[in-house]
Design a binder for this molecule. Structure first.
Ligand code: FNR
Length: 234
């Protein structure tokens, strides 16, 4: 029997799951090595091929080229990060302050992925009931980029400890454009084998089987082959 063309070979499947399992948020391990334009373009194409509500494609990609803009983003981060630290107390606060939560200056590329909330006009197919679907779509572009970058050996770090209004102003975004993700990209000395927040004792991965419910929130699945299979994935 011939293999249908929509079939992924075992090696292709392994590659995809490997990118998913080994994708990391990177802040500390960036190398200064430049990313070749054709590789960056490939990764941006992966982002651009994300699904989007009504094929709205609400994203734009702002490549930060000026060192002044970078410096202003670092200052923004410092300000917001200090405020964030105040939300914790005692040992938790110390642990928070010990975390490195951005690699803005160390990474060779900074990129902001935005969502143009007006793209496609006032009536976008599929967006009449849930307005935020444009933002959801943009997050999928971020994830596509993150996975493609991982397959290319490039680390990505998402920096969200930023004041949204200040960020919009630093990037001259019009009011209808929302800055969804400020990202740092670069080759890395290593990809950690688990999330840095887990390795540093901030928070552990939740057991998958506890997150799969039956019919209603909080109702566990009855014992079934799926439950067994979920345990095996952990
Ligand atoms: C929307 C959003 C926003 C942020 C993040 C992620 C996402 C999805 N993450 C990264 C986050 O901490 C990380 O994804 C988790 O800890 C899981 O680790 P891995 O991504 O699996 O390495 C993140 N990390 C960081 O150091 N500073 C930040 O400001 C943010 N902000």
């Amino acid at each position: 029997m011939s293999t249908p063309s929509h079939h992924f070979s075992d090696a292709e499947k392994r590659g995809l799951y490997r990118a998913i399992d080994e994708r990391r948020d990177v802040r500390s391990q960036f190398l200064p090595d430049p990313i070749a334009p054709e590789i960056l373009a490939r990764v941006l194409k992966a982002a651009h091929h994300a699904p989007s509500v009504g094929f709205m494609q609400p994203w734009d990609f702002i490549v930060i080229e000026s060192s002044e803009v970078r410096a202003s983003i670092v200052a923004m981060f410092e300000q917001e990060n200090q405020k964030a630290a105040e939300r914790f107390e005692g040992e938790r606060k110390e642990r928070y302050q010990g975390l490195k939560l951005q690699g803005i200056l160390e990474s060779p590329i900074n990129l902001c992925i935005t969502c143009d909330r007006s793209r496609g006009g006032p009536h976008v197919l599929g967006r009449n009931s849930i307005l935020e679907t444009d933002l959801f779509s943009t997050c999928l572009a971020v994830q596509n980029l993150w996975l493609a970058a991982r397959a290319e050996g490039i680390g990505v770090g998402w920096v969200s400890i930023l004041d949204q209004a200040q960020l919009s102003s630093a990037l001259s975004l019009p009011n209808h454009v929302y800055p969804v993700a400020y990202l740092c990209l670069g080759y890395v000395s290593e990809f950690l084998d688990k999330p840095e927040l887990e390795a540093k004792g901030w928070r552990a991965r939740l057991p998958l089987h506890e997150l799969v419910h039956s019919d209603h929130w909080g109702q566990p699945l009855a014992d079934s082959p799926l439950v067994t299979a979920l345990h095996e994935q952990e």
